[in-house]
Design a protein around this ligand. Structure first.
Ligand SMILES: [Mg+2]
Length: 126
């Protein structure tokens, strides 16, 4: 399956300030990172999708990629420029808290293993 994952307040804690200007001090939530890494290991395509810089126009790719390396984040793609919104109403959305609190249920019931990894692991662009 193709799984999109948010970054801030999903796999890390961050106080970017009132104008969302600084994500460099984000602190990893390793337990959540490990769970998403397990989905990667199960063969799912993991796409991190973030609004870092969407409001300011600043490019957070390099810092985010370095954080992912430091935190041991496994992923296939990092996409920035997620739209800004307050609430996301979507029939395929899973709330962060629900997902990580009930990880085993979601993993077993909703995310069947895939036998082979269909994704080009080298492509982390865009
Ligand atoms: Mg977030």
């Amino acid at each position: 399956m193709i799984i999109y994952v948010d970054i801030d307040h999903t796999i890390c804690d961050v106080d970017a300030g009132p104008d969302y200007l600084d994500y460099s001090g984000a602190e990893p939530w390793q337990e959540n990172i490990d769970k998403v890494n397990r989905l990667y290991d199960d063969g799912h395509k993991i796409v991190y999708w973030t609004a870092r810089g969407s409001g300011t126009g600043l490019d957070w790719r390099e810092i985010t990629e370095r954080q992912f390396e430091d935190w041991g984040v496994k992923y296939h793609k990092l996409i920035l420029k997620k739209p800004l919104y307050d609430i996301f109403i979507d029939d395929r959305n899973i709330n962060t808290t629900d997902f990580f609190n009930d990880f085993d249920k979601y993993r077993d019931e909703y995310l069947p293993r895939v036998d082979d990894n269909i994704i080009d692991n080298e492509d982390k662009s865009s």
